[in-house]
Design a protein around this ligand. Structure first.
Ligand SMILES: *Cc1c(COP(=O)(O)O)cnc(C)c1O
Length: 378
């Protein structure tokens, strides 16, 4: 029956054709024709004012931290249950991550805990749309408006998901998307910064291009191209953009196939949830998700350990997810918590993710049987 890996990046078949085209375009550096196609797609489909391709979501978050003008000591409110880059991007500017607990249903930052975490030093809020399921953005945006805070959506997992009809990444002042090979739409390593608030648009171009006004120069707006601000090399080359274009073209189809897989898992575990043996993911009615991952929540940490070791023994690539940042060595050094972290601590110790990739369809039943058997013996 062989090994069932946790992830296997999907390839559409058009990638090499577009890479060959990029090779004959006489431009391999960034901001060429394929970069513009990808950015145009994002601007149209996600509906952001401006999209800039980056070499990762991490890079897009770092650009956001510069745009938000994070200075040493400035506080940034975020969940502890997230990937390290959510916090690291701000710590690099001297910012202090302030971790709040998550909701038990979606594992997203608990929007009712945000206001109590605000101090005179708070500069930004970073909601993370876990598993491509939207955070309660209406509540978060209202708080941000009241306290004049910048909202940066970590929509790394959120491509083609929406909250109340609005695509994730288009709701905050800024958004960040990932095209890492573990995400739905991939470029190997890749990402995008989404700029929704026009006040950040011009500076975003400058930061993207190493702190120069190269963009304005090529648009004929200035007659010299020079160093005007801080920045870095955040743009990917055209080969990456060409690969990504093949994926974006088929993003809707990719999402449909993933949703079918997700539904199969979800139906297969419905009964176990009814019997109180495990908990399945929850998607609020006003959210459309993109089937980024399928996870389950075991009744206790010991049961999760037993399930994971049984699956490992059966060569099924199930894994746990984030080790909460507030307990990590760097999280303790650079950040602090606001309020208790009970739900983060408990649920992160009980959840596990199942193999999830296009092509898994024929073997999904095998995974389900192994999980059921492991939980029976647990
Ligand atoms: C994957 C991920 C990132 C980092 O994305 P990269 O493109 O690998 O830099 C950041 N935040 C979240 C929530 C992620 O899932």
């Amino acid at each position: 029956m062989g090994i069932i890996p946790f992830n296997r990046p999907f390839v559409t078949g058009r990638e090499l054709t577009y890479i060959a085209q990029a090779c004959s375009n006489n431009q391999l550096s960034g901001d060429g024709p394929f970069t513009k196609k990808c950015q145009g797609w994002l601007e149209q489909v996600v509906g952001c004012r401006k999209a800039l391709l980056t070499h990762s979501c991490t890079a897009a978050l770092e650009m956001s931290a510069i745009l938000a003008d994070i200075k040493p000591g400035d506080e940034v409110i975020m969940p502890s249950y997230t990937f390290v880059s959510t916090a690291n991007a701000f710590v690099l500017r001297g910012g202090v991550p302030v971790f709040v607990d998550i909701r038990p249903d979606t594992l997203n930052m608990d929007e009712t805990k945000v206001e109590a975490a605000i101090t005179a030093r708070t500069k930004a809020i970073v909601p993370v749309h876990y598993a491509g399921v939207g955070c309660d953005m209406d509540v978060i945006m209202a708080i941000a408006e009241r306290y004049k805070l910048i909202v940066i959506e970590d929509a790394a997992q959120g491509i083609l998901s929406s909250y109340k009809g609005r695509p994730l990444g288009s709701i905050g002042h800024l958004g960040a998307i990932s095209f890492h090979e573990t995400k739905n739409v991939v470029a190997g390593e890749g990402g995008a910064l989404l700029v929704n608030d026009p006040r950040f648009a011009e500076r975003a171009d400058i930061i993207w291009e190493k702190g120069t006004n190269r963009k304005q120069f090529f648009c004929g707006q200035v007659d010299k191209y020079t160093w005007v601000d801080i920045g870095s090399s955040y743009l990917p080359g055209e080969l990456t953009a060409a690969f990504l274009w093949a994926q974006l073209e088929q993003a809707e189809g990719i999402t449909k196939r993933r949703l079918a897989l997700w539904d199969s898992y979800h139906n297969a575990f419905a009964q176990l949830e009814q019997q109180g043996i495990l908990r399945r993911p929850f998607v609020p009615k006003h959210c459309i998700h993109n089937a980024h991952m399928y996870y389950l929540i075991a009744p206790n940490p010991a049961a999760r350990t037993r399930v994971l070791s049984a699956l490992q023994h059966a060569q099924v690539g199930a894994v746990f997810h984030y080790v909460p940042l507030h307990g990590s060595p760097a999280g303790q050094r650079f950040g602090r918590t606001a309020g208790d972290m009970t739900i983060t601590t408990n649920l992160s110790a009980c959840m596990f993710r199942l193999p999830f990739w296009i092509g898994l369809e024929e073997r999904l039943a095998v995974v389900v049987d192994h999980v059921k058997a492991a939980l029976d013996s647990a």
